[in-house]
Write a protein that binds this ligand. Structure first.
Ligand SMILES: Cc1ncc(COP(=O)(O)O)c(C=O)c1O
Length: 394
């Protein structure tokens, strides 16, 4: 009796009931194999193998030596915000006022702030399927309704204005999240595709959030920033991927002017400010451009090895490998369940990849995502192992 009352008191809220990240199970299994002496090639987790740029590490070391790290302004250290604004001028030839830049706790922190500032509970927000799972899980936790829209090869697996408007006509949408390059597909939207989507959404009063976390890692063609196409789009970015700073937990947003003050108030209350050490390191990271370009060239080589090697190994069907560091392969020829395929590949070939079901509840059972942010030697070895495994599999 006592227990059931206690259990009731401690029952988690319905909105906290978000699904786990299946990739975590793959990581746990890989760790078990490694503990038993196996050597696993890790292609499951979407993070760079390289450390933050030397310039960032040096700036952080100096800041630590100075002793005191205090709160900063909620929107971020002014010199970092100015440096991010300069990044838009240098990279995209685009003038963005530093007052629109908001420093965040990774792009993950940016999503929470942006969704809170843009949407009411119950609002419907469109997402491309397949897509990055936390978009839908954060929206759910905030009481919004994620609306998955299937994408197709003809649009390079991006949302199209036609699909967006058709869903909106059936039941109104208040928002849409776009990502280019995208996770898990690694596909990109052309500048024109992004433009027509933003225009279509704008015409219907649908608010656009553009996740640009993989900018800088574009191979097929240059990634366009949504900030150029409209002042009303919320752009989200991060130091995690191009700058190899996943664990530093730092990102940024370019906000529409009318929303900046709301976001500032939210951040003041939710986080006070972003970790100061990470902000100092991030500002210096922009000076490590050459080092990061060398790492990007490594990814390009990895991409080439997989595009050429995987078909020889037996995996000849995958989506266009445009950007980020992902290759999304169709494994339906080998298995009706990509989670089983991924588990067996891990156990028998010691290559870890993520089953598509993490990213796509509908068609994910046909796909596996490979992350190619590791070393060139590992890519060669992975292709070898997969080839041997698939060919011995009967
Ligand atoms: C598409 C996409 N957006 C956002 C994130 C979150 O990254 P962070 O919070 O480290 O900036 C990730 C991480 O993998 C991602 O793949």
């Amino acid at each position: 009796m006592m227990l059931s009352r206690a259990n009731r008191l401690l029952a988690p809220s319905a909105r906290s009931n978000v699904p786990p990240f299946i990739v975590m199970d793959v990581m746990a299994e890989a760790a078990r194999i490694e503990a038993a002496g196996g050597h696993v090639i890790h292609m499951e987790v979407g993070q760079p193998a390289a450390p933050a740029p030397r310039t960032a590490l040096d700036a952080a070391t100096a800041a630590l030596a100075s002793g005191r790290l205090q709160y900063t302004e909620a929107l971020g250290i002014p010199s970092l915000r100015a440096r991010i604004a300069r990044h838009y001028a240098e990279t995209y030839r685009l003038q963005i006022d530093a007052s629109r830049i908001v420093v965040t706790i990774g792009s993950s922190g940016g999503f929470i702030l942006a969704f809170l500032a843009l949407f009411e509970p119950g609002d419907r927000v469109a997402l491309a399927n397949p897509g990055y799972p936390p978009y839908r899980h954060i929206l759910t936790a905030l009481g919004c309704e994620p609306v998955l829209i299937d994408t197709a090869a003809e649009s390079r697996h991006a949302l199209t204005p036609e699909a967006l408007i058709a869903v909106h006509r059936a039941k109104p949408l208040q928002g849409v999240v776009v990502a280019s390059p995208a996770n898990p597909t690694g596909t990109m939207m052309t500048a024109e595709a992004l433009k027509v989507l933003i225009e279509a959404a704008g015409g219907e009063g649908i608010r656009v959030i553009s996740d640009e976390i993989y900018h800088g890692l574009d191979y097929a063609f240059p990634a366009e920033t949504a900030a150029r196409l409209s002042d009303g789009v919320t752009v989200i970015n991060s130091f995690s991927k191009y700058f190899c700073m996943t664990g530093w937990r730092i990102g940024w947003m370019v906000m529409p002017v009318p929303l900046v003050r709301s976001v500032e108030r939210l951040q003041q209350n939710l986080a006070i400010s972003v970790p100061t050490l990470a902000q100092i390191a991030a500002e210096a990271a922009f000076d490590g451009h050459e080092e990061m370009q060398a790492i990007k060239h490594g990814y390009e080589e990895n991409r080439r090895i997989l595009i050429e090697g995987l078909p020889r190994a037996g995996l000849e069907k995958f989506l266009p490998v445009d950007g980020a560091f992902y290759l999304y392969a169709d494994v339906s020829r080998f298995s009706g369940d990509s989670a089983v395929f991924a588990r067996r590949m891990l156990e028998e070939a010691h290559v870890a990849a993520t089953p598509g079901i993490d990213f796509d509840p509908v068609h994910g059972k046909d796909f596996v995502r490979f992350c190619y942010a590791g070393s060139v030697a590992e890519m060669h070895e992975a292709v070898e192992r997969i080839g041997r495994w698939l060919n011995s599999d009967g």
